[in-house]
Write a protein that binds this ligand. Structure first.
Ligand code: GRF
Length: 220
């Protein structure tokens, strides 16, 4: 018997590249998750058009229509519960979440962040990595905790920083990896292979390691 797909709720505010990666992954035969609902707090978010084009249900919950964060989040949770969502994926969702929402969805709420956490939490990650002369930056999928950009790490990708990178060129290179690791993290969770133990993620049958990367490469 095949397990029922994990139902995803994807929260967005903008262009929706990561949403598109999840849409595409879920469309592949045998992928163990499906998108039940896309929620945007911005009515004009381009990601909503991506969802509609894929036939995915959408809801707009405009934070400006609510008197505070809690009632806004209660409306989001009501939408997610009504569609039977089992995992909430933040994908460029530009609202800070209260501890109440984070605890409501504890270990069922993940985020993608464009740095190798715990380095470069917050905004302007690429400009800060370049300014520091970092040789690598990258991206992280993690379970969400009340502190911003904190929580058990599910998957990371390390991405080299080029000497002449601008924040835009580095962002584009890292985005390519984001679009790979977000579906990977969702698949691992949906397959039941991800456990949070003492605030660290253990992945069942996930012990093989990639080759180390060196930048500049030896012999450069
Ligand atoms: C991505 O860089 C993601 O890491 C960050 O916000 C951006 C969203 O981009 N959290 P998109 O909406 O997926 O194109």
């Amino acid at each position: 018997m095949t397990a029922r797909p994990l139902r995803l709720g994807v929260l967005i505010s903008g262009r929706g590249n990561n949403l598109q990666a999840l849409i595409d992954a879920c469309a592949a035969p045998g992928f163990p998750a499906e998108i039940a609902l896309v929620v945007s707090n911005v009515a004009g978010a381009a990601g909503l058009d991506r969802a509609r084009a894929a036939g995915v249900p959408v809801a707009v919950v405009d934070h400006k229509a609510f008197p505070g964060r809690e009632p806004f989040e209660a409306a989001v949770t009501a939408q997610l519960e009504a569609t039977g969502v089992g995992l909430v994926c933040l994908a460029g969702f530009m609202r800070l979440l209260t501890p109440g929402f984070v605890e409501r969805w504890r270990d069922r709420l993940i985020n993608i962040h464009p740095s190798l956490l715990p380095a470069y939490k917050g905004l302007d990650t690429h400009a800060r990595a370049i300014a520091d002369g970092a040789r690598f930056s990258g991206c992280t999928v993690h379970f969400v905790r009340p502190d911003m950009d904190a929580g058990p790490i599910v998957v990371q990708a390390a991405v080299p920083v080029a000497q002449d990178d601008t924040p835009e060129t580095l962002a584009a290179r890292i985005l390519t990896s984001e679009l790979e690791i977000y579906p990977l993290a969702v698949r691992l969770i949906a397959e039941g292979r991800v456990a949070v133990e003492d605030e660290r993620v253990r992945i069942r049958d996930g012990s093989a390691l990639p080759a180390p990367a060196v930048n500049p490469p030896p012999g450069a």
